[in-house]
Design a protein around this ligand. Sequence first.
Ligand SMILES: C[S@@+](CC[C@H](N)C(=O)[O-])C[C@H]1O[C@@H](n2cnc3c(N)ncnc32)[C@H](O)[C@@H]1O
Length: 259
Amino acid sequence: MLFQIKSYIKFLWDSKNEHAVHSPFVFNLLTKCFYDKKPKPEYQILKKYRKLLLENKNFIEVTDFGAGSRVFKSNRRQICKIAKTAGISPKRAELLFRVSNYFKPATILEIGTSLGLATSTLALGNPEAKVITLEGCPETANQCQLQLQKFNFNNVNSIVTEFESFLISENLNSKIYNLIYFDGNHSKKATLAYFELLLQTIDNDSVWIFDDIHWSFEMEETWKIIKNHSKVTVTIDTFQWGFVFFRREQKKEHFIIRT
Ligand SMILES: C[S@@+](CC[C@H](N)C(=O)[O-])C[C@H]1O[C@@H](n2cnc3c(N)ncnc32)[C@H](O)[C@@H]1O
């Protein structure tokens, strides 16, 4: 926690807004998407999706991955509590909606579904997109699938799998994922392994979003390695998320931006 506070103070000190940005690509992204404060009818659907989960008092047996949870002691967990702690915040969900709506990615991969709070956001942002979302816990994935059906999200393919098995078994070099949201295993080793494997799927316009880049010292190290990778050109650090772009026409440039 102390680490995150220090990191946040540094972020506040270093971060800028659109006035310090000369790249037209980044300037447009900030002014037309990040800072778009206009209400959208879709936000009401996202609110209802969350509300239904927060009212769900049922318990499920959760399969825990990695280092376990900082919040839960047992694997028998209440759905409303999972929704409160594991999912994207309402403000971030609106931003993710706008990002999906702005870039209109044809194919989206989400690594870490939980109850689908972010999945629904991505899917709603571009109803034409094919959204693939990965979750290793069968009961969590089942709850998510029921919830997505209630809201008629027919453009989502929810896959119950360990991330590693999916990424190794898929023929990735024949795939293009136009947007990838990394929100599963927040360890350096796993994040860099997924990063390397998924580089096969990029094209010039791919958009990657890494969650929790300042969550720990390890994740900050990971973020530095990603920024320095030769295929990466532009990055945007918004504290919670790190955006990565591979646009060859851009010079390598790293932005730290308040959202
Ligand atoms: C932070 S939650 C995802 C939250 C979701 N993206 C949202 O914003 O609503 C991460 C999810 O990834 C799953 N997970 C973590 N490590 C995994 C692994 N190695 N393989 C499969 N699933 C994993 C967990 O079960 C958990 O539900």
